[in-house]
Design a protein around this ligand. Structure first.
Ligand code: 5AD
Ligand code: SF4
Length: 470
């Protein structure tokens, strides 16, 4: 057998890209590729790109500039380096990428990754290959599953895609155009994936999808199952200690999901529920299809189901026509909900989306000022949430060794990193830890003899009240 060829893959953007990158590696393993951390050494470099904001797309073109030099160096050393652009920039810009960056050999959209081996062969034969169709065949059925050794090497937590695409058409967002219409995978296939991961040491699964709670995959009974029912089913798989899901749309929260949070100790009480803006007028212009009052009611339902629930969100500042009053409403909402964490972005017009043609662009200085103000508030709320956790006992899933000798790092239910001094056999176990210290966003703690009182998979109703405004 020939010596393995080296593959370097770099992902930008969302969790889905991280997951897709792993599936591309799994598929190319069968083509005799092994991963390398160094692009300069590689025979194949894949950029798995993101198109969500302009900055994210521009990064790809700067990286391609650097790769041109690496490819020239490789050629001088007698090696042929192939460069692939995958992901949402590939989908959105297609052949335009090759015009701007002729160094690219293959352009492949997110729905066609299972064709990668064939596209590489085509590029070798014809000099270049481009595929940005939305094929009818489910790519997941054709992508190779991970080998046991690859699963073990990736650790005790894993993503599993359950749906892709989105039918919501928020006016600012490219996802419905780059990832296509909403498609859910079947329950049986998802459960098979989760079982394979659990059998190889994975303890925590995060179900991912662009609009994950729009999930309606076919169940073993032939009927469409909502996400809550899928979560119930997966919680029964031996070895799975924790379940999460991301990213959710407020309008797709149904009773089954609320019930899952009430009934499933393994379902972590932490939810990413983006709201984007605190103003009804802006939400309508964004086509978010709900009001702030409705958002509050949804949050209350989760809190009633499980009182140790905490939330995170995404926000966009400077959406066209956003006034000072609209922005003040966003600040008020952040203060009121008391998010444990949140991401905020400046509005970035995306070609082909309705908002890109809207009147009332907010000037750059106002956007900068609003972003800084919002981030400061979010940081202070997050700090308050974290400080409120000190002295409490939380369940922690231990994931890996820490930077200091003897240290093991895990995560709480709220994804906070927690460091303890312990032996590495605790990796893969969920243990109660009393949090004793906090440095920036990382906690230090002691393994505790007492069971956890909050964020626990033993499920209780102790309340986290440190950050809720009212
Ligand atoms: N401009 C700024 N932020 C955006 N997002 C999506 N599209 C845009 C855009 N055009 C943000 C939203 C979304 C997150 C993934 O990225 O907040 O929830
Ligand atoms: Fe984009 Fe999310 Fe809106 Fe879908 S629901 S269009 S993915 S922001």
């Amino acid at each position: 057998m020939n010596a393995p060829r080296k593959l370097h893959i770099k992902s930008y953007g969302c969790q889905m890209n991280v997951y897709d990158a792993q599936r591309m590696v799994d598929t190319l393993t069968h083509e005799n590729f092994v991963e390398t951390a160094n692009a300069a050494d590689a025979d194949l470099v894949i950029l798995n790109t993101c198109h969500i904001r302009e900055k994210a797309s521009e990064k790809v073109y700067s990286e391609l500039g650097r790769l041109r030099e690496a490819k020239d160096d490789a050629a001088r050393a007698g090696r042929d380096m192939k460069i692939v652009v995958a992901g949402c920039v590939a989908q959105a810009e297609g052949a335009e990428i090759v015009r701007r960056a002729p160094v690219v050999d293959v352009v492949v959209g997110p729905q066609s990754y299972h064709h990668l081996p064939e596209l590489l062969r085509r590029a070798r034969r014809d000099g270049r290959a481009i595929e940005t169709e939305f094929p009818v065949v489910d790519k997941f059925s054709s992508l190779a599953p991970p080998q046991p050794a690859a699963i073990r090497a990736r650790g005790v937590t894993s993503f599993v895609t359950v749906q892709e695409g989105c039918d919501k058409f928020c006016t600012f967002c490219v996802v419905p155009y780059t990832r296509g219409a909403e498609v859910s995978r079947s329950v049986v296939k998802i459960a098979d994936d989760v079982r394979r991961l659990a059998d190889n040491g994975v303890r925590e699964i995060t179900l991912i999808g662009q609009n994950v709670n729009a999930f309606h995959g076919t169940g073993p009974d032939g009927k469409p199952w909502p996400l809550g029912k899928l979560l119930h089913h997966l919680a029964g798989i031996e070895g799975i200690a924790r379940l999460r899901y991301s990213t959710s749309h407020p309008c797709d929260v149904d009773d089954s999901l609320i019930a899952a949070h009430r009934d499933l100790p393994a379902l972590m009480p932490y939810l990413h529920l983006p709201v984007q803006s605190g103003s009804d007028h802006i939400l309508a212009a964004m086509n978010r299809k709900h009001t702030i009052a409705e958002y509050h009611r949804i949050i209350e339902k989760f809190r009633a189901a499980r009182s140790d629930m905490a939330f995170s969100s995404d926000f966009i500042v400077g959406f066209p026509s956003e006034t000072d009053d609209d922005f003040a409403a966003t600040l008020a909402l952040v203060a009121e909900i008391g998010y444990a964490s949140a991401y905020s972005f400046k509005y970035s017009p995306r070609p082909g989306t309705p908002a890109a043609d809207m009147q009332g662009m907010v000037d750059a200085a106002t956007m900068d000022q609003r972003l800084a103000q919002l981030q400061e508030l979010i940081d202070s709320r997050q700090a308050a949430f974290n400080v409120g956790c000190i002295g409490k006992t939380f369940d922690v899933l231990f994931e890996q060794t820490g930077r200091r000798a003897g240290q093991i790092v895990g995560r709480s239910a709220y994804l906070q990193p927690v460091h303890v001094m312990a032996s590495s056999d605790i990796i893969g176990r969920v243990l109660p830890v009393t949090l004793t210290g906090l440095e920036r966003y990382s906690f230090f703690g002691d393994l505790s003899a007492e069971p956890a009182r909050t964020g626990s998979s033993r499920h209780n109703h102790a309340s986290l009240t440190t950050t809720t405004g009212a």
